[in-house]
Design a protein around this ligand. Structure first.
Ligand SMILES: C[S@@+](CC[C@H](N)C(=O)[O-])C[C@H]1O[C@@H](n2cnc3c(N)ncnc32)[C@H](O)[C@@H]1O
Length: 264
């Protein structure tokens, strides 16, 4: 699978102006408040086809929180680059990791004007900041990273429910360019929907909504390829709720998988 996704181009000023936005759609799924009626209608339409998609979105956010907590508390990582951050929904990464690493640095990246309008919640200098950038433009992203981070030390890259917006070719290319610059011990985290029949149909419906950024699921084999040459942290690439669950972890229909890899 993994046809190149049609023109990914701009997330659209249109999203601010009458159409569905990926960030607002996902925020509506997660029970956030930064979304409009049209986003909630899109969620209802997708939920009718793939019941449980909202729980899946919440589960992905819970997984993000557990993985960064693990990285800060157990792996000693102090630097975090969140690509495709989406809308703030507390607790965000900087709230969690600073409890374990008081000198942590977190850089959030997104290119949606909707997220830009809410980026104030990501700004808590010197702990955290936000840049409005296309993650595929790794020169721009790395220019900010080198200002904020010490690249001699490990960095955690987080792609929470994001990579489905890109073809395999694109995603491997920009992730590779980022990983090439990072120190041993750096982490790659990703969460991703897998192609169950319901998710395939739901992605088609979502992707057809006006203004929506197309999204595609990936197979386990495709997801494992992102970790080639890395050590995958226990318990491996698993359903999101099986990754070091805590009291806040919801059991869901299995749609999302996730893993954390570490650079040797
Ligand atoms: C499904 S949302 C996930 C949001 C968040 N990571 C979460 O887990 O709740 C996908 C996010 O990726 C962002 N995104 C998509 N393409 C992007 C790109 N080329 N550069 C930066 N951000 C992008 C969208 O704007 C959106 O906020």
């Amino acid at each position: 699978m993994s046809e190149p996704i049609a023109d990914h181009a701009e997330p659209s000023a249109a999203a601010a102006d009458g159409e569905v936005s990926s960030a607002r759609f996902w925020n509506a799924c997660q029970g956030g408040k930064d979304n409009y009626e049209r986003d909630r209608q899109a969620v209802e339409a997708v939920e009718a086809i793939a019941p449980g998609i909202s729980a899946d979105a919440r589960s992905a956010r819970q997984f993000l929180r557990r993985t960064v907590r693990w990285a800060a508390a157990e792996a000693g990582v102090t630097q975090y680059l969140d690509l495709g951050a989406g809308l703030p929904l507390e607790p965000d990464i900087h709230h969690i990791v600073s409890r374990h690493q008081p000198d942590a640095r977190v850089l959030y990246v997104d290119n949606d004007p909707v997220v830009l309008a809410h980026q104030g919640a990501y700004q808590d200098p010197p702990l955290s900041s936000y840049i409005d950038a296309d993650m595929r433009d790794t020169d721009t992203v790395m220019a900010h990273v080198t200002e904020c981070f010490d690249l001699a030390e490990p960095v955690m890259l987080t792609f929470s429910s994001v990579l489905g917006h890109f073809s395999d070719e694109e995603a491997h290319a920009f992730i590779g360019r980022l990983l090439d610059r990072l120190a041993p011990g750096s982490c790659l985290m990703l969460s991703h929907d897998i192609p169950t029949p319901a998710i395939i149909k739901a992605c088609e419906v979502y992707s057809a909504a006006p203004g929506a950024l197309p999204y595609q699921p990936r197979t386990i084999e495709q997801l494992l390829r992102f970790f080639e040459g890395m050590d995958i942290v226990e318990p491996g690439l698993v359903p999101l709720f099986e990754w070091r669950p805590d009291d806040a972890t919801e059991m869901t229909e299995i749609m999302g998988y996730g893993a954390v890899g570490r650079l040797r």
